[in-house]
Design a protein around this ligand. Structure first.
Ligand SMILES: *Cc1c(COP(=O)(O)O)cnc(C)c1O
Length: 388
């Protein structure tokens, strides 16, 4: 088959317009390149998007926000944190960096999320926190999880890296637990180049993390009576965001409703096409009050498509359709974790189904109507060739 694709649809592509470019240039023409008005404005705009009562702190990445969460709650040596096996490695790395032990829990392959029952079964006398993830924008069952946390006195850290826009009964994810961590890495829902946001509904947590984020110094530039004078009452890090990144992020957060609308529409079109495919299961929310933010469409190949994952990815690529895998391996199977804690495959059947039989399709705002029609045409051709 000599197949020269006339189109190339990437899995994801950041959407940067003149407005973003001008915002960054304005910062470069100003004397303040870090901890200035853009960061403050970005935090306010992001908090307004999330909803009332949100305290938001701009940080250098989602991983930084996660690390700050565990540092703030003084989780460390001898403690256990329940994390999903099906996630980005950052979710578990943050726990490792504070010296605590990540206890990996499998996901329900229908939603990609840990169920409340599975979390409950993993609680021990050493458990201090639940480090959950809203998989590809599908919210976890937070009311039930918060109930478990309350019963056992656990902190809840929400990894919302792929879940900006996801809500449950109108309350945004990240505002259910004690901390929410967002990512603005280029191919997420919105970008600041690199960057992240730490959010919390607790004022005291925000006040403390604000200092942890900047070396642990006790006053900001604005609060210094004598320029350059400050004290350091405790240990901290430099996880700040620059003004350049914040200016870019502010334009993107204003465009977020438009991005989310496009994602929902694109997901729905692809989902409708795939619903006629025997053996294909689409990972989605199973409860109406859970509002998905549609990062991508993950399909799990079964029936006639079983064991044809890699060949399918190749077919789609040859025909100009970019795909990805979210995530490529259950984290406990990654060699660092497997070496340290061992890997018992039978405990992670859900995560393995997604990692080993899943394909992530694009649904981002970079897809034109033409792209979508083309994508659907290629999916139908794929079905004919692989399941015919
Ligand atoms: C991408 C991602 C991260 C890492 O985000 P960074 O901003 O690159 O640190 C963390 N958790 C999840 C679930 C992710 O998808």
């Amino acid at each position: 088959m000599s197949n020269v694709a006339t189109k190339m649809i990437p899995f994801a592509r950041p959407s940067v317009t003149d407005a973003e470019k001008q915002a960054v240039m304005r910062v470069l023409d100003s004397p303040i390149l870090t901890h200035g008005p853009e960061c403050k404005g970005f935090e306010e705009d992001f908090a307004a998007f999330i909803g009332e009562g949100t305290h938001a702190l701009a940080v250098s990445s989602c991983m930084a926000a996660l690390h700050l969460s565990y540092l703030h709650f003084r989780i460390g040596e001898g403690d256990e944190v329940i994390v999903p096996a099906q996630t980005h490695t950052a979710t578990a790395h943050a726990v490792e960096w504070v010296g605590a032990k990540p206890v990996f829990v499998d996901c329900d392959p229908r939603t990609g999320n840990m169920t409340p029952e599975a979390i409950r079964a993993a609680v021990t006398s050493k458990t201090k926190a639940i480090g959950l993830v809203h998989y590809i924008g599908i919210p976890c069952d937070m009311p039930a999880i918060m109930q478990i946390a309350a019963e056992h006195g656990l902190k809840v850290i929400e990894d919302c890296a792929l879940a900006v826009g996801a809500r449950i009964d109108r309350t945004h994810v990240g505002m259910w637990g004690d901390a929410g961590c967002f990512s603005f890495y280029p191919v997420k829902h919105m970008t600041s180049g690199e960057g992240g946001m730490f959010i919390t509904r607790h004022e005291d947590v925000a006040a403390s993390v604000r200092y942890l984020r900047a070396f642990g110094v006790d006053r900001t530039h604005q609060e210094r009576k004598v320029p350059g004078m400050y004290d350091v009452p405790r240990l901290g890090l430099n996880y700040r965001m620059s003004e350049l990144q914040a200016a870019l992020g502010r334009v993107q957060v204003a465009r977020l409703p438009e991005f989310l609308k496009a994602r929902a529409k694109n997901f729905s079109l692809l989902n409708k096409c795939l619903s006629g495919f025997e053996g294909i299961a689409v990972v989605d929310t199973t409860q109406a009050q859970l509002e998905n933010s549609y990062y991508c469409l993950v399909m799990i190949l079964g029936g006639p498509f079983k064991n044809k994952r890699d060949a399918s990815i190749d077919f789609l690529k040859q025909n100009g359709v970019g795909t990805s895998i979210y995530y490529p391996q259950p984290v406990p199977r990654m060699s660092y974790y497997a070496r340290k804690y061992g890997y018992a495959a039978e405990r992670y059947a859900g995560a393995e189904a997604i990692s080993d039989e899943g394909i992530a399709l694009p649904v981002g705002p970079h897809l034109s109507d033409d792209d979508l029609n083309y994508l659907i045409e290629i999916l139908n051709r794929w079905r004919e060739e692989f399941a015919g």
